[in-house]
Design a binder for this molecule. Structure first.
Ligand SMILES: Cc1cc2nc3c(=O)[nH]c(=O)nc-3n(C[C@H](O)[C@H](O)[C@H](O)COP(=O)(O)OP(=O)(O)OC[C@H]3O[C@@H](n4cnc5c(N)ncnc54)[C@H](O)[C@@H]3O)c2cc1C
Length: 447
């Protein structure tokens, strides 16, 4: 079994495959695992909950529990900005170390610093592995089943799968470079939003806005408008930051580079340069204008800009906006999510949000992981088969980890049964996923 791409989806896929009995190799282009969660430092994870009900379990929940034990996460905590029921902050450095531990414990073989450049196909066109550019030259890894967890669908593209990108005009959501600020006085932030209650999106009563209660801050509208009027150029409509596992450190999600194709190397270069310039403007904004940040320092900037959206495969089923908002059910459901459809404007500032009714969730079918024509290949993570709008909900980290667990389990079951992943016994797959902690209960509205 070959898993290409060691982001959270790929890691979950590799763990699930190995634990289901397949000899598994995970190949990653960087020298560490975690992908967008570590290389792009994107967090907190959103969301494991629908209302008060935790609907994401399995390997995703196992990782959170291991992070808590290592002091790398406070676990699931209420979202004080009222966007989702809970958020799950984590320390990306501890996450990197944990993922290596998990791979070792489950006997997943690793190949790092290896960039996939091609797919290997047999005479029937089925995928038989992939070729990588490594520090030692080109290396081919052969495998009975391959999982593309590169987020950009690189293996699927090389294997000739049908692909889509962006909205009806090919436009994708903007990219953002995350950074962390340390030496932040959250008591001063809390005092400001108590004294200016209308300046924060929250249902917390002013007197309840203590440093401990502020897990996510969205707003500070007047401070931001004055800064923009004074020439701070960042196409973002609100100030937005999240707490980390540490009381004086926050993660800022505010840079935004619009109108880029993340698979065009020139666009990606422009995006990295533009986002880093925005980050420096934002650091100055926080220090100069936001109470509690006068002594803030840059603790870290991400290794690479965070890409919200690129290519998606065209699979046996394509999940749509209507499937999500009408909460359609599927006999081959392998994951649930309660995250809204959250589209950051591809061409300017502003974010459109379509929510599910509180306490409900939707299902994602296994067929979204199965490419239409190519055999012995599955995809996991951001690049599964959805529309542009549905991706704006399915792309969230807890959900993509569940896709990874489903893909790894399905690929291992298909190897053991000697059938292609397309023909895997979905009932057996779902039973195995449920036994391994994945929550596939029907949402209450459909029982
Ligand atoms: C700016 C931004 C904000 C977001 N906000 C949130 C949030 O608040 N909460 C949340 O839960 N989610 C959020 N998301 C979404 C979420 O982080 C991602 O969609 C999710 O992490 C994708 O996981 P993945 O495993 O599919 O892909 P990735 O994590 O991107 O993993 C892909 C892996 O494949 C590797 N790879 C890629 N190409 C190659 C290659 N050619 N050869 C070898 N390896 C390769 C990469 O290095 C990487 O490790 C956000 C995303 C972005 C970009």
């Amino acid at each position: 079994m070959l898993v290409v791409g060691g982001g959270n989806a790929g890691c979950a896929a590799a763990l699930a495959a190995a634990r289901t009995g397949a000899r598994t190799m995970l190949v990653e282009r960087y020298g560490f695992l975690g992908g967008t969660a570590t290389a792009a430092m994107v967090g907190p994870w959103m969301t494991f909950h629908s209302g008060t009900d935790r609907i994401i379990g399995g390997i995703a929940q196992e990782i959170v529990e291991r992070l808590i034990a290592l002091g790398g996460s406070p676990g699931h905590i209420p979202d004080s900005s009222d966007y989702v029921p809970t958020i799950t902050p984590f320390d990306p450095e501890i996450h990197k170390a944990l993922l290596f531990d998990l791979m070792r414990e489950s006997n997943v073989h690793l190949l790092l610093h290896a960039l996939v450049v091609d797919a290997v196909r047999d005479a029937r066109g089925a995928v038989r592995g992939a070729t990588f550019a490594t520090v030692g030259g080109m290396r081919t890894v052969l495998a009975g089943r391959t999982i593309d967890a590169t987020a950009d669908a690189f293996v699927a593209a090389a294997a000739g799968c049908a692909l889509q990108q962006g909205d009806e005009r090919g436009r994708v959501q903007p990219a953002s470079l995350m950074f962390r600020l340390s030496h932040v006085d959250m008591n001063a932030v809390a005092a400001y939003v108590r004294e200016h209650p209308e300046q924060m999106r929250t249902s917390l009563a002013p007197e309840a806005r203590t440093a401990d209660a502020l897990t996510a801050v969205a707003g500070l509208y007047d401070l931001w408008q004055r800064a923009q009027a004074a020439g701070v150029e960042v196409p973002r409509e609100v100030v937005s930051f999240f707490i980390s596992p540490y009381p004086d450190e926050v993660t800022v999600n505010m840079t935004r580079v619009i109108d880029i194709d993340p698979l065009d190397p020139d666009d990606l270069t422009r995006a990295e340069i533009e986002a880093r310039a925005q980050a420096m403007r934002l650091v100055a904004f926080f220090r100069d204008r936001v109470p509690g940040f006068a002594h803030a320092r840059i603790a870290a900037t991400a290794t690479q800009i965070g890409v919200r959206e690129s290519r998606r495969i065209v699979g046996e089923y394509t999940l749509t906006r209507e499937d999500i908002l009408e909460r359609r059910t599927f006999d081959d459901a392998i994951a649930r999510s309660a995250y809204p459809i959250d589209i950051h404007n591809p061409s300017g500032s502003g974010t459109t949000t379509h929510r599910l009714p509180p306490g409900t969730s939707y299902e994602i079918p296994y067929r979204c992981l199965v490419p239409q024509t190519v055999e012995d290949l599955l995809v996991a993570g951001r690049c599964i088969s959805t529309t542009h709008e549905a991706l704006a909900s399915t792309r969230l980290t807890p959900t993509v980890m569940t896709f990874g667990q489903a893909a790894g389990t399905a690929a291992a079951l298909s190897l053991a049964a000697g059938v292609t992943p397309r023909n895997v016994d979905v009932r057996a797959l779902r039973e195995r996923l449920i036994a391994d902690g994945v929550d596939l209960r029907r949402a209450a509205a459909h029982v």
